[in-house]
Design a protein around this ligand. Structure first.
Ligand SMILES: Cc1ncc(COP(=O)(O)O)c(C=O)c1O
Length: 367
């Protein structure tokens, strides 16, 4: 029914969970009995964690006095862990969508700290700044719900932690980690693994804050959210409790793959794909980028509004039924007639080009 030359080689264009290359699954099978079913205190699993930590250090050129803390639970889990154990008195949150707002709300519930929100309407971007009475600044590198990127890193006070939720931007939206104190992400986006796991890259300032707040016994912090336990285990290439080995394995494979092109190479590829998608949206009168201001248009997740004369849900339903394209519906709570298309590293330029042509072909037949 659809022209065969317009069918992408892989149907997965979702903004997370994302495209896990099939060769990673084969590699996992090859590792087989020597990895799967092994304790995380033993060398085969510790070597995977070490591979992730060393590979990310190389990829991001992370300063040697930073520590890569890993654990179970993902970015949502970290929102609470940060609120409980990294904020002294007050956090300031720069929000522009569902995830940045969720982080703010999680801190708002912690009884012993204050949380302040600086927000803009959805679809708009915001630049974080230092807030005098806040000791942690929270910003989101890529707001996955709206497709807004925040790349401006504010200068913060000497005693303030600059914390970045980089979940869907880490790896392909430029960010100098040496200018941040906490750069964290879940690996089911650009890093092509599965959920339920976190990577938190911590500066000496963040480690110092975590260890000093750990001494404050008036705060009840569940052991599973204890920063000191996470830091100490990660220093030994372990997680505090039992992890999903396959998730860490896929992440390690992706870090290796991305190191083949290098950080600059991955950024260039992301820019090229972003030019393609936003250029397409601008060239068609039935499309428009949801994020109007160019500097905030995400290089990892593109949100494209579609003329109301065309029903996006109907188009996507059929493409899913035919198993041609998955996961490009707009963020459910936004409720817009919109495509949200992932530009993540493993989605090829060629497939994205086919996707744009395919969508144009379908829409133009309906108009
Ligand atoms: C920007 C951002 N932050 C946080 C999260 C939550 O991540 P997780 O589901 O791994 O907890 C997501 C998930 O999509 C996200 O996109």
């Amino acid at each position: 029914m659809y022209p065969s030359e317009l069918i992408p080689s892989d149907p997965r264009f979702g903004s997370g969970p994302s495209l896990v290359p099939l060769q990673f699954i084969d590699a996992l099978k090859d590792a087989g009995v020597h990895l799967i079913g092994t304790s995380h205190r033993k060398a085969p699993v510790k070597n995977v964690v070490k591979g992730i930590q060393e590979g990310l250090t190389k990829y991001f050129n992370i300063p040697s006095d930073y520590q890569i803390v890993v654990g179970n639970g993902g970015a949502t889990f970290l929102f609470d862990m940060i609120g409980l154990g990294l904020v002294e008195k007050k956090s300031a949150h720069f929000t522009c969508g569902e995830f940045s707002n969720k982080w703010f709300k999680s801190h708002k519930k912690v009884p012993w700290i204050e949380a302040e929100e600086f927000s803009v309407d959805y679809g708009q971007g915001i630049d974080a700044k230092n807030v005098d009475d806040a000791d942690l600044i929270a910003m989101t590198l890529n707001e996955t719900s709206t497709g807004v990127q925040m790349t401006h890193l504010p200068e913060v006070d000497e005693n303030t932690i600059l914390a970045i939720d980089a979940t869907s931007g880490a790896g392909q939206i430029e960010c100098d980690i040496s200018k941040t104190d906490l750069f964290f992400f879940s690996p089911q986006k650009v890093f092509a693994s599965e959920g339920g796991f976190f990577v938190a890259i911590c500066s000496p300032k963040a480690i110092k804050r975590a260890l000093s707040l750990n001494e404050d016994k008036s705060r009840y912090i569940p052991e599973i959210m204890n920063w000191k336990l996470a830091i100490d285990n990660s220093a030994k290439n372990q997680t505090y409790n039992t992890p999903s080995i396959s998730t860490m394995f896929f992440l390690n494979e992706q870090v290796k793959l991305m190191n083949e092109v290098g950080y600059q190479g991955a950024l260039e590829l992301a820019n090229k794909k972003a030019d393609l998608i936003y250029g397409w949206a601008q060239s068609k009168d039935y499309l428009s980028p949801y994020v109007a201001e160019t500097k905030y248009q995400s290089k990892a997740v593109a949100t494209i509004d579609v003329d109301d004369k065309v029903n996006v849900d109907e188009i996507l339903k059929d493409l899913e039924k035919e198993r041609i394209v998955y996961g490009i519906d707009g963020y459910r709570k936004l409720g817009r007639n919109q495509f949200r298309i992932s530009l993540f590293h493993n989605i090829t330029f060629e497939d994205l080009e086919k996707l744009t042509k395919l969508l144009s072909y379908i829409i133009e037949q309906k108009l």
